[in-house]
Design a protein around this ligand. Structure first.
Ligand code: PLP
Length: 382
């Protein structure tokens, strides 16, 4: 089924997901199969030969992902990190240089610092919300600006259209990790990005029951190159996992509205709490990236960070006192999570220029009843 021109919620439920032609099943079946019967040598029945190359359940997910991000090709991987790795191997070679966010996701930073650096790919962390700093950090060898917006965990906002222009003027590409916003709130390709990456583990899957990743290419040539690397490297999403992500996507539009509404209510509560010294949320009018976020996002998302009076010890204690907010890694699921970035998600950047404040707490605000969430945070703040 080809991507349609319908609205986002309709595409999430239908694109790539026509009823099964064989049985009429209204949901794409889980094709738990490694290889496909050929009628004659290299004559395929429906275009499938081997599931590392393509698998019908994965195709359904990939078609839907491309549609939701407004790209030409979607590719589903076994994790967000596998998707990032495939993109970097496609776009970068030894001697190339990449700009990454000054507060990049710790795992992305570790990929550059501990893996790609050994293979001669250089990187510079730069605050992507400072366009002069971005221009100043460019080198003749810069091949890629890797962007996160909102960033993790400080929720800084980068201007995607401006970054795309800067990248293209320099002969580089712009790739955007759109995990925090989800395609329901932000579509970087429409703003000029060349590719989008997702940890589908998060809002797309939405139920904390699967690890997955995705790439969506903005043009056919890059799409082909990414597909080549996906097939060669083989870090594909299995059919069960692809099916789970696809099932999660069906309710993304509904979930994201509730995530945003709950997050806004939590932010209001935090702003009034005497123990909270600073709140990070792009929906706040005094957030430095608020105007850009209002322009390029359809809502401000479900992620909130805040600093606590009492330093590291108190921030850790807030996380440990929470009951309904589960102390755990990850984000974007229906259940609310709380974490201590300095020693959890961002432990890998400790001691680097990307280090996060040690009194910071990060929330992934879920879709529970907001009064229950507020009551839990209130008691956790002590
Ligand atoms: N990008 C962001 C912003 C993330 O938060 C994460 C995981 O937390 C990843 C990428 C990596 O995704 P995965 O854990 O699915 O490999």
């Amino acid at each position: 089924m080809q991507p349609s021109d319908s609205g986002f919620a309709t595409r999430a439920i239908h694109d790539g997901q026509e009823s099964d032609p064989l049985t009429g099943a209204v949901v794409p079946p889980i094709y738990a199969v490694s290889t496909f019967h050929m009628d004659r040598v290299n004559v395929l029945r429906a275009g499938y030969d081997y599931s590392r190359s393509t698998n019908p359940t994965r195709t359904a997910l990939e078609t839907c992902l491309a549609s939701l991000e407004g790209g030409v090709r979607g590719l589903a991987f076994g994790s967000g990190q596998a998707a990032t790795d495939a993109l970097l191997r496609t776009v970068c070679a030894p001697g190339d240089h990449v700009l990454i966010p000054g507060d990049a996701y710790g795992g992305t930073y570790r990929l550059f610092a501990k893996v790609y650096a050994r293979w001669g790919v250089e990187y510079t962390p730069v605050p992507l919300d400072d366009l002069d700093a971005v221009r100043a950090a460019l080198r003749p060898t810069t091949k890629l600006i890797w962007c996160e917006t909102p960033t993790n965990p400080l929720l800084r906002i980068a201007d995607l259209a401006a970054l795309a222009q800067i990248a293209h003027d320099a002969g580089a590409r712009l790739a955007v990790d759109n995990t925090f916003a989800s395609p329901a709130l932000q579509n970087p390709i429409a703003l000029g990005a060349d590719a989008v990456m997702h940890s589908t583990t998060k809002y797309l899957g939405g139920h904390s029951d699967v690890i997955g990743g995705a790439l969506v290419a903005g043009d056919e040539e890059l799409g082909e190159e990414l597909y080549f690397h996906q097939n060669v490297l083989g870090a594909v999403a299995g059919p069960f996992d692809a099916w789970l992500v696809l099932r999660g996507i069906k309710s993304l539009a509904l979930r994201i509205d509730r995530h945003c509404a709950n997050a806004e209510a939590i932010v209001d509560m935090l702003l009034q709490h005497p123990k909270v010294t600073e709140v990070f949320y792009p929906g706040l009018p005094d957030h430095p990236g608020h105007d850009i976020a209002a322009r390029q996002m359809r809502g401000f998302g479900g992620m909130v960070s805040f600093r606590v009076a009492g330093g590291a010890e108190e921030a850790r204690a807030v996380c440990e006192r929470a009951r309904l907010f589960t102390l755990a890694f990850s984000l974007g699921g229906v259940e609310s999570l709380i974490e201590y970035p300095a020693e959890m998600t961002h432990a890998a950047v400790s001691g680097s220029s990307l280090e996060v404040p040690d009194d910071l707490v990060r929330l992934s605000v879920g879709v529970e009843d907001v009064d229950d969430l507020k009551a839990d945070l209130f008691q956790a703040l002590g």
